[in-house]
Design a protein. Structure first.
Length: 145
Protein backbone atom coordinates (compact mmCIF):
# COMPACT_ATOMS: atom_id res chain seq x y z
CA UNK A 1 0.00 0.00 0.00
CA UNK A 2 1.18 3.53 -0.71
CA UNK A 3 2.71 5.03 2.47
CA UNK A 4 0.72 8.24 2.01
CA UNK A 5 -2.58 6.33 2.12
CA UNK A 6 -1.50 4.53 5.29
CA UNK A 7 -0.96 7.87 7.02
CA UNK A 8 -4.46 9.23 6.38
CA UNK A 9 -6.34 10.19 9.52
CA UNK A 10 -9.95 9.06 9.11
CA UNK A 11 -13.00 9.72 11.28
CA UNK A 12 -13.96 6.97 13.73
CA UNK A 13 -15.64 4.09 11.88
CA UNK A 14 -18.51 4.03 14.39
CA UNK A 15 -19.45 7.62 13.51
CA UNK A 16 -19.36 6.80 9.80
CA UNK A 17 -21.48 3.70 10.44
CA UNK A 18 -24.06 5.68 12.42
CA UNK A 19 -24.14 8.30 9.68
CA UNK A 20 -24.90 5.59 7.13
CA UNK A 21 -27.59 4.07 9.35
CA UNK A 22 -29.29 7.41 10.04
CA UNK A 23 -29.21 8.42 6.36
CA UNK A 24 -30.80 5.08 5.42
CA UNK A 25 -33.47 5.41 8.11
CA UNK A 26 -34.18 8.97 6.98
CA UNK A 27 -34.68 7.73 3.42
CA UNK A 28 -36.99 4.90 4.59
CA UNK A 29 -39.07 7.15 6.86
CA UNK A 30 -39.22 9.80 4.12
CA UNK A 31 -40.61 7.24 1.68
CA UNK A 32 -43.12 6.09 4.35
CA UNK A 33 -44.19 9.73 4.84
CA UNK A 34 -44.62 10.16 1.09
CA UNK A 35 -46.73 6.98 0.88
CA UNK A 36 -48.90 8.12 3.81
CA UNK A 37 -49.44 11.57 2.25
CA UNK A 38 -50.09 10.09 -1.23
CA UNK A 39 -47.10 11.96 -2.64
CA UNK A 40 -45.66 10.16 -5.66
CA UNK A 41 -42.07 9.02 -5.24
CA UNK A 42 -40.17 10.65 -8.06
CA UNK A 43 -36.56 10.96 -9.03
CA UNK A 44 -36.62 14.50 -7.60
CA UNK A 45 -37.05 13.22 -4.06
CA UNK A 46 -34.35 10.60 -4.46
CA UNK A 47 -32.09 13.19 -6.10
CA UNK A 48 -32.28 15.24 -2.89
CA UNK A 49 -30.94 12.22 -0.99
CA UNK A 50 -28.07 11.88 -3.46
CA UNK A 51 -27.31 15.62 -3.17
CA UNK A 52 -27.37 15.34 0.62
CA UNK A 53 -24.94 12.41 0.39
CA UNK A 54 -22.63 14.49 -1.82
CA UNK A 55 -22.80 17.48 0.55
CA UNK A 56 -22.11 15.33 3.59
CA UNK A 57 -19.29 13.58 1.74
CA UNK A 58 -17.76 16.96 0.87
CA UNK A 59 -17.96 18.14 4.48
CA UNK A 60 -16.43 14.88 5.73
CA UNK A 61 -13.66 15.14 3.11
CA UNK A 62 -12.84 18.68 4.28
CA UNK A 63 -12.65 17.40 7.85
CA UNK A 64 -10.33 14.56 6.75
CA UNK A 65 -8.11 16.98 4.80
CA UNK A 66 -7.83 19.37 7.77
CA UNK A 67 -7.10 16.52 10.19
CA UNK A 68 -4.38 15.18 7.89
CA UNK A 69 -2.80 18.61 7.40
CA UNK A 70 -2.62 19.08 11.15
CA UNK A 71 -1.26 15.53 11.57
CA UNK A 72 1.57 16.29 9.14
CA UNK A 73 2.52 19.43 11.06
CA UNK A 74 3.02 17.42 14.26
CA UNK A 75 1.41 20.19 16.29
CA UNK A 76 -0.57 18.41 18.98
CA UNK A 77 -2.89 21.36 19.64
CA UNK A 78 -4.02 21.75 16.03
CA UNK A 79 -4.16 17.97 15.58
CA UNK A 80 -6.52 17.66 18.55
CA UNK A 81 -8.57 20.65 17.41
CA UNK A 82 -9.10 19.30 13.88
CA UNK A 83 -9.96 15.81 15.14
CA UNK A 84 -12.57 17.35 17.45
CA UNK A 85 -13.81 19.45 14.54
CA UNK A 86 -14.16 16.40 12.31
CA UNK A 87 -15.91 14.32 14.99
CA UNK A 88 -18.19 17.21 15.97
CA UNK A 89 -19.12 17.80 12.35
CA UNK A 90 -20.04 14.14 11.89
CA UNK A 91 -22.00 14.16 15.15
CA UNK A 92 -23.91 17.26 14.03
CA UNK A 93 -24.79 15.66 10.68
CA UNK A 94 -26.05 12.57 12.55
CA UNK A 95 -28.08 14.88 14.80
CA UNK A 96 -29.68 16.50 11.73
CA UNK A 97 -30.56 13.07 10.33
CA UNK A 98 -32.08 11.92 13.65
CA UNK A 99 -34.20 15.06 13.80
CA UNK A 100 -35.40 14.44 10.24
CA UNK A 101 -36.24 10.79 11.05
CA UNK A 102 -38.32 11.91 14.02
CA UNK A 103 -40.12 14.55 11.93
CA UNK A 104 -40.96 11.91 9.31
CA UNK A 105 -42.20 9.47 11.96
CA UNK A 106 -44.41 12.16 13.54
CA UNK A 107 -45.97 12.93 10.17
CA UNK A 108 -46.59 9.24 9.41
CA UNK A 109 -48.59 8.73 12.60
CA UNK A 110 -49.34 12.07 14.29
CA UNK A 111 -52.17 10.85 16.55
CA UNK A 112 -50.56 7.72 18.00
CA UNK A 113 -49.72 7.52 21.69
CA UNK A 114 -46.08 6.84 20.79
CA UNK A 115 -45.96 10.10 18.86
CA UNK A 116 -47.71 12.12 21.57
CA UNK A 117 -45.75 10.72 24.50
CA UNK A 118 -42.33 10.12 22.97
CA UNK A 119 -41.70 11.56 19.51
CA UNK A 120 -43.23 15.02 19.99
CA UNK A 121 -41.35 15.73 23.25
CA UNK A 122 -38.08 14.40 21.79
CA UNK A 123 -38.58 16.54 18.67
CA UNK A 124 -39.20 19.64 20.77
CA UNK A 125 -36.07 18.98 22.83
CA UNK A 126 -33.96 18.42 19.69
CA UNK A 127 -35.41 21.61 18.19
CA UNK A 128 -34.60 23.50 21.40
CA UNK A 129 -38.30 24.35 21.60
CA UNK A 130 -38.36 23.99 25.38
CA UNK A 131 -41.07 26.61 25.91
CA UNK A 132 -43.51 24.63 23.78
CA UNK A 133 -42.20 21.37 25.27
CA UNK A 134 -43.61 22.46 28.62
CA UNK A 135 -46.89 23.49 26.94
CA UNK A 136 -47.16 20.05 25.31
CA UNK A 137 -46.93 18.37 28.70
CA UNK A 138 -49.71 20.60 30.00
CA UNK A 139 -51.87 19.90 26.92
CA UNK A 140 -51.39 16.15 27.32
CA UNK A 141 -52.41 16.36 30.97
CA UNK A 142 -55.49 18.48 30.05
CA UNK A 143 -56.57 15.92 27.42
CA UNK A 144 -56.54 13.18 30.08
CA UNK A 145 -58.76 15.27 32.41
Amino acid sequence: MVPFLMAIVLPPPTLLLWLGITMTLDLITGVAKAIKNDVPRTSTGFRRTVMKFIQYGGAISIGIILANISDMQKDSASETLYKYFSNSMLSFIIFIEIKSIIENMVEVSPKSDFTKLFLNPIHKILSLDLKNFLNTKTETQNEKS
